[in-house]
Design a binder for this molecule. Sequence first.
Ligand code: GLN
Length: 219
Amino acid sequence: QLKIGLLAIQGAFIEHRNLLESAVEQLQQEQRQKKQNSKDCYSVEAIEVRRGDQLTEDLDALIIPGGESTTVAKFMQQNGLLDAYKVWFSGKAVVWGICAGLIALSDRVVDMKTGGLAVTTDRNFYGRQRESFECQIELKPVEDISDCNEYFPGVFIRAPKILSIDKPESVRVLATVNSYPVAVAQDRILACSFHPELTEDPRLHLVLLKMVLRSRGEL
Ligand code: GLN
């Protein structure tokens, strides 16, 4: 059982749950192909997280969804999530920040301060709602994502931009647009500046599940 929490601030729960279910099916398929029969029975449980006491040790991962990063920060502070998060994340937990979630996880943010991920992010680099756009994202040929260069549908909504990667030795770039990073991973942190939950492509959800398995020592 893979238990994945979604910080329940502004919806997108059903979209994430559906993609997590597709991702776990793909995981099972891959494992059957590799004949790793002993572990081919994973299932996924998605839960909405609203309070700090829900960040329990058996929660494998937390998705911090998009929205407004100031609202995300305030919500976490007011619901005892910030302190609970620090304790929870110091264990084996995996976290995935999407858009506003990327901002919340960035070590350095133009105008704001939070942390964990060694990148500098500009919150509203791509401007307002009407500057939101869709484009093809290039997935890098790295372990856990794809063997060759592939594309992922990119939905950017008031998107932040990763201005710099401050520790290139520990931050992996997973995807780019015009050679700028739009998805990165560092240890047990995954972050992206676009919204995979608004597509039907479960590949990044699969990356999250594999990060969980790796953290549990099962991959
Ligand atoms: N730019 C927004 C912020 O500052 C994030 C937008 C999003 O999550 N879609 O929080």
